[in-house]
Design a protein around this ligand. Structure first.
Ligand code: LMR
Length: 329
């Protein structure tokens, strides 16, 4: 995928010498739960290269992908304890740790395209959400896109009737749980790293993912049908703990911040392409049937989930929903 996207990229950095062993002054440990070939994996790899080049090897970024070091169940705690320095959890994972406002991004059928999401993130609503993280001494350094999620199972999921009784793996977001219940499914919270296995063992029957996550986890081998519902958005927030951040030398902090801003901007430009290419690969593999939905089918799903917006409004206030909708337009 990296080559296919022309992402051998960073020509500017390509010639940068690898740092001599032991030259690193600062090591930044970064953990995430997806594959290296995903939009998130690629953007973070890009960040690692930029930091290394800009600091001439004095700041080293060590990345642990694919839940190899920490998974959804323990990565936030690891960050709080200082066992890892930087995370890039999906926005859906901030609700359970005390930031239900982040579940605004999970609302079904809220966004039509990622330009709308960018407007929210770059505007006052996005910046206020980042600022909320200070409540738990977290510093939100920026946002990154994956893309729109689709539903998968061992049957097509094209209408609310198709969801009835489906045990659906979800992230620990109350909005996503409500969305699944509104469709007639039974939500089951599982960590991302466990999902493929749980689908294979039929512990759960279906799930929702952007194609990049579906494909790189090999879920096409354990799900016969992917329905292109495009019902919700998946993106990330890059976070560090305030203790780690404040102990960095100001010049190091500025360097990291600059490299990250550039890598996130770059990541946002390749995310859609990465998902499109994975969809082509999925189709070419012939492993999973891919179903397109027409406007009427999507409208029925949208209608079935409309109560989810009111559900979140009751928890965080109507004003947030109103501002979120306004910011997207
Ligand atoms: C999920 O748990 O489905 C996603 O948050 C995984 C990820 O980080 O993209």
């Amino acid at each position: 995928l990296v080559q296919a996207l022309g992402l051998t990229a960073l020509p500017r950095l390509a010639g940068a010498a690898a740092p001599a062993a032991g030259r690193a002054r600062v090591t930044l440990r970064l953990s995430h739960v997806v594959a290296r070939e995903t939009p998130k994996g690629l953007a973070l790899e890009n960040f690692r290269e930029r930091v290394q080049a800009a600091s001439d090897g004095a700041i080293q970024v060590v990345i642990h992908p694919n839940s190899l070091l920490y998974g959804d169940e323990d990565e936030m705690q690891a960050l709080q304890l200082g066992a890892v320095d930087m995370l890039a959890p999906s926005l859906s994972k901030f609700g359970p740790i005390g930031f239900p406002e982040f579940e605004l991004f999970d609302l079904p059928f809220l966004f039509d395209d990622t330009q709308q999401v960018q407007r929210v993130k770059q505007g006052p609503v996005g910046q206020e959400l980042l600022a909320l993280l200070a409540r738990q001494r977290l510093v939100g350094l920026g946002y990154l896109d994956n893309g729109f999620k689709h539903m998968s199972a061992n049957r097509p999921l094209l209408a609310p009737e198709d969801f009835v009784g489906l045990r659906a793996r979800i992230q620990a977001s109350r909005v996503i749980a409500h969305q699944m219940r509104a469709l007639g499914a039974r939500p089951v919270v599982l960590s991302f790293g466990e999902t493929r296995r749980a689908l294979a063992a039929r512990v759960v029957d279906g799930t929702e993912n952007p194609v990049s996550n579906f494909w790189t986890q090999g879920m096409h081998r354990v799900q016969t049908d992917l329905s292109l519902t495009r019902h919700g958005y998946l993106g990330y927030c890059i976070v560090v703990h305030e203790r780690f951040w404040s102990h960095l030398a100001p010049t190091d902090r500025a360097l990291i911040q600059q490299a990250l801003a550039e890598s996130l901007a770059w990541g946002n430009t390749i995310a859609q392409r990465a998902n499109d290419q994975d969809l082509d690969a999925l189709r070419a593999s012939g492993a999973t049937r891919v179903h397109a939905l027409d406007a009427v089918q999507r409208q029925r799903l949208r209608h079935a989930t409309r109560g989810v917006h009111e559900g979140l409004a009751a928890r965080i206030g109507e004003e947030w929903i109103r501002r979120m909708r306004g910011a997207a337009l």
